[in-house]
Design a protein around this ligand. Sequence first.
Ligand code: ATP
Ligand code: HMH
Length: 277
Amino acid sequence: MEMMKQVLTIAGSDSGGGAGIQADIKTFQELGVYSTSVITAVTAQNTQGVTDIYPMARNAVEKQLDAIGTDFQIAALKTGMLFQADIIEATAQGIKKYDWQNVVVDPVMIAKGGASLLQKEAVSALIKHLLPLATIVTPNIPEAEVLSGLEIHDSISRLRVAERIIATGAKAVVIKDGHGTNRFFTEDFYLDYLGDSMIIRSPRIVTNQTHGTGCTFSAALTAELAKGKKMGEALYTAKQFIYAALAHPLHIGSGHGPTNHAAYNKAAVKEVVQLVK
Ligand SMILES: Nc1ncnc2c1ncn2[C@@H]1O[C@H](COP(=O)(O)OP(=O)(O)OP(=O)(O)O)[C@@H](O)[C@H]1O
Ligand SMILES: Cc1ncc(CO)c(N)n1
């Protein structure tokens, strides 16, 4: 039997279970890959918000990376909440040391309730150390604006922002549209270093059960890349996965509830995503 593909998430713990490491592991399990994890920080968090953050010492992150690197064959990895510059540096060093490929960088900055999950002074470390190692970066609209130093108003400015992000050395970027303004559609915009672009479109679901959408989307993308899927196919599946997770909410907690990670496999999922080249 062929060995199960092994993936890694380097991210923060969400005690509420909807985002961070917990969302990643649930998504990996649903998509049939074996999940390992390096915890960068513990958050005290629920659907209402983040009440505290306990970052790991740099050494603790390095030791976890070495434990993974010396025993597992990592086919793809994602990064999530990294919180501070020294954790970003340790992460970048680990990726280089073990020559890990298929690196999905989710540049997590702010939780839904407004808590900062990345220190301001760590943004430049992210751009300098991690983006050049990225197979793909997956910012939402505000994160893409911070990474590029430009604002997004329309499809032209969005293209400029994507180009700026590619100029950091990332091979590709997908700007996610969860914060977008079109009432009917979400259109995630993809651009790579060869200049190829596409739009990954789905209907917009009216819901406040959106805790962890970004983590779940980037985890699904990571799982598909681990399985050897081409980028377009992997983005398509990731978008179908998050659509199903949003369309079948669990209504857990009293705030921004988690998405339903089991829906993609359990529910009758309509083919709603369109790839537009
Ligand atoms: N209401 C919605 N309906 C359909 N798709 C959505 C909706 N909200 C987000 N998505 C999709 O979910 C994915 C994640 O995008 P989003 O912009 O929400 O990420 P994010 O802001 O990083 O999420 P979070 O910070 O909650 O983890 C994208 O593919 C986006 O298009
Ligand atoms: C731990 C963690 N990572 C990422 C996010 C972003 O959704 C969050 N809320 N919490």
